[in-house]
Design a protein around this ligand. Structure first.
Ligand code: WT7
Length: 634
């Protein structure tokens, strides 16, 4: 029997049991799946090495649990209703049987292009069913998918392709996004011609029917790739700890980290958390608006819902096209019951006023989810009152690319919610808040470092090709525990509040960016000698990007340089990383050892010039005055 938590008391009991005997708890969850052969040990771990194995020696294929397991009983159940960007284009539904057939065909096609177990396949696609099919087809044959968000630039794409040593790329001719179009295939071409890669083939799905250049032998259109492939493909038998996918995310140094997730634990946790957080019931229609290029798309559009046999919406477009009522229009027309989005989207839609919401019947909604960044009280209230009509529970879900699934959240219809609080750890999750010295903080309302004291099944296992960085980033600051990089505090009644990052990672519209990554990109511009990037509070995006740049010499007018730098960032990383503010400075505040004092820049950017704190280690204090005069106001 799967654990379906039914009341707050039930939650407390199950939570206590899960803490007392985690292995027993997780074995019970894992038994609800189809395994080719069962594990011999539930958990084997050492946080020092670090090495983490769940369901040791268990054999499985996750797609058997996403697809085969629901057949033939639920062959006709709709897995996805796909809604195109343009509201005039017809939506399409895919039953579990249809999805199974397409995944098998695609898996066979991949095999025919020499993709075998362990090979990496890069997926660079818009939000279309073929993206999900491609991911599952990889998993079917044991290939490791690495999805790159289609908003990333050619340069960001090629760096990920190289790091992952991908053999094949799946893309589209172009992507529709709101009123615009993105030439994805052209970007792949630029990526592959800029550097030497291991890519042998590029598969191109025709989405926009725009003209593309096909490189003979290397490039194949999706239709001929899929043509004549049988709709049956035996699943590759995977070890529980074989990698399922790599997903890149930003860290405190310039180079993105390839987060590695494995088959068994990820399967168990994404299904368990999906079912319990969203209270998914048969015949519900669930919609997560994330992009498959992020972990939210992987865990809560693809794997979690399919494992649970859910019926989901897959949306290609953006919240404001053709108008800011689009989300609510879809919720009404498809009678969405669980809706999961980001605080940035909520704040943005709120800024257009209540009318767009009020023109639609949203009475089908039961649960409203939030993810990616702290949701401020005002946005929470609007979401609750205006979107939910006061009748829906809000689940503020805290997690990370690294955690694979939601670790801290209210459980819809089970545990209470409170504005500003991610609330409770899911059973099986053991958060602790530590002070500077690693001592546990139990005093309410005292901020500390958020750590997780015990492994959970869907945690990352390593950073691709850099196990040392894995150790350093998550297990060195505090011994014997996973460090999240976030700070948090407990309320007197035991609810967790997430405060924010304590490292050089900023969160822009729920997307994670490393300040070092943006600095490196700025410094690669020929006119820039040095730069410092910080995050500052932004009313819609949560955090905005503020860049202080120092030029090599005054060869440019400021205005030209600023727009040039903005374009430069879009080319090197992608539009999401374009700074909101760029201030050209004569120098940066530094310590004797040459370290940039970002703390001072943060204070200045927030207009707190009079509370800079200790500046005695600054070698160039005279710079403060001119920096402060140049601050770009909100
Ligand atoms: C970081 C992880 C989780 C999928 C999307 C982002 C922040 C995430 C919340 C929340 C406050 C949150 C944290 C975390 N974050 N959810 N509910 N409340 N902060 O995944 O890109 O790996 O970023 O996002 O700072 O560490 P990600």
């Amino acid at each position: 029997m799967t654990t379906q938590i039914t009341s707050f008391t039930d939650y407390k009991n199950i939570f206590d049991q899960s803490i007392q005997s985690p292995e027993k708890f997780w074995a019970k969850e894992a038994q609800t799946f189809e395994w080719h052969s069962i594990w011999d040990t539930v958990l084997d771990y050492d946080f020092d090495t670090p090495s983490i194995s769940w369901f040791v020696n268990g054999k499985l294929n996750i797609t058997v649990n996403c697809l085969d397991r629901h057949l033939p009983e639920h062959s006709n159940r709709v897995a996805y209703t796909w809604i195109p960007n343009n509201p005039d284009e017809i939506s399409r539904s895919y039953t579990y049987q249809e999805l199974y057939d397409l995944v098998c065909k695609c898996a066979n096609a991949l095999k025919s292009y020499n993709i075998t177990k362990g090979d990496r396949v890069c997926i660079y696609m818009p939000m279309i069913p073929e993206a999900v099919i491609a991911m599952l087809a990889c998993a079917r044959i044991g290939a490791v998918h690495t999805v790159v968000f289609a908003g990333f630039s050619s340069e960001a794409l090629v760096n990920r392709i190289i790091d992952a040593e991908a053999k094949l790329v799946i893309t589209t001719d172009g992507a529709f996004r709101g009123p615009g179009e993105i030439p994805l295939k052209e970007m792949v071409d630029t990526a592959l011609s800029s550097k030497t890669t291991t890519v042998e083939h590029v598969i191109v799905y025709k989405r926009t029917n725009s003209e593309v250049t096909m490189t003979p032998k290397r490039d194949i259109f999706w239709d001929s790739f899929m043509d004549n492939q049988p709709a049956e493909c035996p699943p590759e038998i995977m070890d529980s700890e074989d990698p399922l996918f790599i997903l890149y995310t930003s860290g405190s140094t310039g180079k993105p980290k390839g987060i590695v997730h494995t088959c068994g634990g990820y399967m168990v946790y994404t299904e368990y958390s999906f079912r319990n957080v969203f209270h998914y019931e048969p015949h519900d229609t669930y919609w997560c608006t994330a992009d498959i290029g992020w972990i939210t798309g992987h865990s809560y559009i693809v794997y979690g819902p399919l494992l649970a046999g859910a019926q989901s919406i897959l949306f290609e477009g953006v919240p404001t096209y053709p108008d800011p009522g689009r989300f609510w229009n879809i919720c009404q027309d498809y009678k969405v019951t669980q809706f999961y989005t980001s605080p940035t989207a909520i704040r943005k839609l709120e800024s257009f006023g209540d009318e767009y919401v009020k023109s639609y019947d949203l009475t089908s909604l039961k649960t409203l989810g939030s993810v990616g960044e702290p949701i401020n009280k005002d946005a929470w209230e609007w979401y609750f009152t205006i979107v939910g009509g006061g009748n829906c529970q809000i689940v503020d879900t805290w997690w990370q690319t690294e955690t694979g699934g939601i670790l801290i959240s209210s459980l819809s219809q089970v545990t209470p919610s409170k504005a500003g609080y991610a609330a409770y750890p899911l059973p099986g999750i053991m958060p602790i808040i530590l002070d500077e010295n690693g001592a546990e903080i139990t005093t309410p309302n005292t901020e500390g470092f958020l750590c997780i004291a015990h492994p959970w099944p869907s945690m990352l296992r390593t950073i691709h090709n850099d196990h040392q960085r894995f150790q350093r980033t998550y297990f060195s600051r505090f011994k014997g525990t996973y460090f999240t990089g976030d700070s948090a505090k407990l309320s007197p009644d035991g609810l967790l509040k997430i405060i924010g990052r304590v490292d050089d990672v900023i969160n822009v519209s729920g997307h994670r960016l490393g300040t070092a990554e943006i600095e490196e990109a700025l410094n690669s511009h020929p006119d820039i000698s040095e730069s410092a990037v910080i995050g500052y509070p932004h009313s819609i995006k949560g955090e905005g990007i503020y860049a202080f740049v120092k030029c090599i010499e005054d060869t440019h007018s400021e205005e030209n340089l600023i727009s040039e730098l903005t374009n430069h960032i879009a080319l090197v990383i992608g539009k999401i990383a374009r700074p909101d503010k760029i201030q050209i400075v004569p120098d940066l505040p530094k310590t004797r050892s040459g370290k940039i004092m970002r703390r001072i820049l943060r204070k200045l950017a927030m207009g707190e010039k009079d509370s800079l704190g200790d500046t005695s280690t600054l070698v160039n204090p005279e710079i403060i005055e001119s920096l402060s005069r140049g601050i770009i106001p909100a």
